[in-house]
Design a protein around this ligand. Structure first.
Ligand code: ASP
Length: 418
């Protein structure tokens, strides 16, 4: 495109990429948040709505985006076996990364003695434990009993199931369903365009989400739980720096640095919003920008935003050890294995919205025989922990999408059927 000759400020602003803008907004959000600590109400009243509007827009586009993308993904694979192959790989990778995550959480929590230096005071134990669903309930809840309900409630796992059924339906009907297929393809394109429009507001959204959180919580909140937050941060860095970069380097055979750079807007937004579901459209956009095929992004990422919560699993491992240490309970190896298994299930059942990981923590603590009241100890810093775990959650989805894409492309290059 020819550049205008006049040296106005517009071209300079335009030359800064959206990624950089989001990052600038992140830093600015933290700085302004700290400056507004004396007036958190002002931040909540006047700045928070900017973030809420942006998050609402992302949530609104999420359901049609996922519905039509997955239908198109299935239809474009035009072979049930290919859907099975991508689906199978995706699920295995999601399960493996989650097992790694919870093990890393447990390992660091034990090694670094996460509960050290924390003394329990009895007034802290007044948390009302929200009920978390059982495994069977989680399984049954995947299947909708109504077509519209999942769309209205935005229960994404059910939306995915509806999309898969319709995708296969269109595929098997063939020629007669051509008009429905074209409609879905067109709708998917329209949703992508709408989403791109919404994403232009991402820097404002990040700023609006972050300022009130920092202004309200401030550094005092860290206090006695500083070590817990530090251990969580270390484990998250290890998960991203070793597990995901390892996946990208050895399984996808791509550059980990390029991946992390391309994923930066996704990570920034996840950190600010603490919502995997809200970050899903950005993750899809960035993955496609990095060259991941549409058929992979449209299937792997929505599924990941729903069932793959590696950061949440790290958090659950660490919190379990923290609570055990604080209450002076010896966590046996058997109990830790139980934690790995239940954290895996909890990861599937955790909704990609702020705070849901803490509700699922009850399931993990209960399975290991730990006191549920312990949740009260970590509830005060949950938002901060949520920001960290959501960042890892979405990065894990992005990494798996890269691997599945690379594997599919290698298979295709070899001339093999998927
Ligand atoms: N907020 C997290 C997410 O959206 C879920 C959680 O609370 O752990 O991925």
């Amino acid at each position: 495109m020819p550049q205008p000759e006049a040296k106005s400020s517009k071209p300079l602003l335009k030359r800064i990429s959206l990624t950089t803008w989001i990052f600038i907004a992140l830093v600015l959000g933290v700085v302004v948040g700290f400056l507004m600590q004396g007036v958190p109400d002002v931040a909540a009243t006047y700045i928070k709505p900017l973030g809420t509007i942006f998050l609402n827009l992302l949530k609104f586009i999420c359901v049609p985006l996922v519905l039509f993308s997955i239908i198109c993904g299935v239809v474009s694979l035009d072979d049930a076996r290919k859907v099975g192959s991508i689906g199978g790989r995706t699920i295995v990778l999601y399960l493996l990364t989650t097992v790694f995550a919870v093990c890393i959480g447990l390992l660091f929590a034990n090694l670094l003695n996460v509960g050290a230096g924390y003394t329990l005071s009895t007034e802290e134990l007044t948390y009302e434990v929200a009920e978390s669903p059982s495994f069977i309930e989680t399984l049954v809840n995947i299947f909708p009993s109504n077509f519209l309900d999942p769309m209205v409630q935005a229960t994404m796992l059910q939306v995915i199931v509806v999309a898969l059924f319709f995708g296969f339906g269109i595929m098997f009907v063939g020629e007669k369903a051509a008009i429905v297929k074209d409609f879905c393809i067109a709708m998917s394109e329209v949703c992508m365009k709408v989403m791109q429009g919404i994403l232009y507001m991402a820097p404002i959204g990040v700023f609006g989400l972050l300022v009130p959180v920092v202004a309200q919580n401030g550094p005092d909140i860290l206090g006695p739980l500083m070590w817990l937050i530090a251990v969580m941060a270390i484990a998250c860095v290890v998960q991203v720096g070793i597990v995901y970069t390892g996946l990208i380097k050895f399984l996808a055979r791509r550059s980990p640095l390029a991946f992390l750079k391309g994923e930066l807007p996704v990570m920034s937004f996840a950190f600010a919003s603490a919502s995997s579901m809200g970050t899903l459209p950005i993750n899809m956009e960035c993955a496609e920008k990095m060259g991941v095929s549409k058929e992979v992004t449209s299937f792997v990422l929505p599924l990941g935003a729903t069932i793959n919560m590696d950061g949440t699993s790290i958090y659950q491992g660490i919190c379990a050890v923290f609570i055990a240490q604080v209450f002076g309970i010896d966590l046996t190896l058997g109990a830790q294995v139980t934690i790995v298994l239940t954290a895996l299930l909890a990861s599937i059942g955790t909704a990609g919205v702020p705070g849901s990981g803490m509700i699922m923590l009850a399931l993990v603590l209960g399975s290991a025989g730990l006191p549920l009241e312990g949740i009260a100890l970590v509830a005060g810093v949950d938002r901060l922990l949520d920001m960290l775990r959501t960042t890892v959650n979405v990065t894990g989805d992005g990494a798996v999408a890269q691997v599945v894409d690379a594997m599919e492309k290698r298979k295709l290059a070899k001339g093999g059927r998927s």
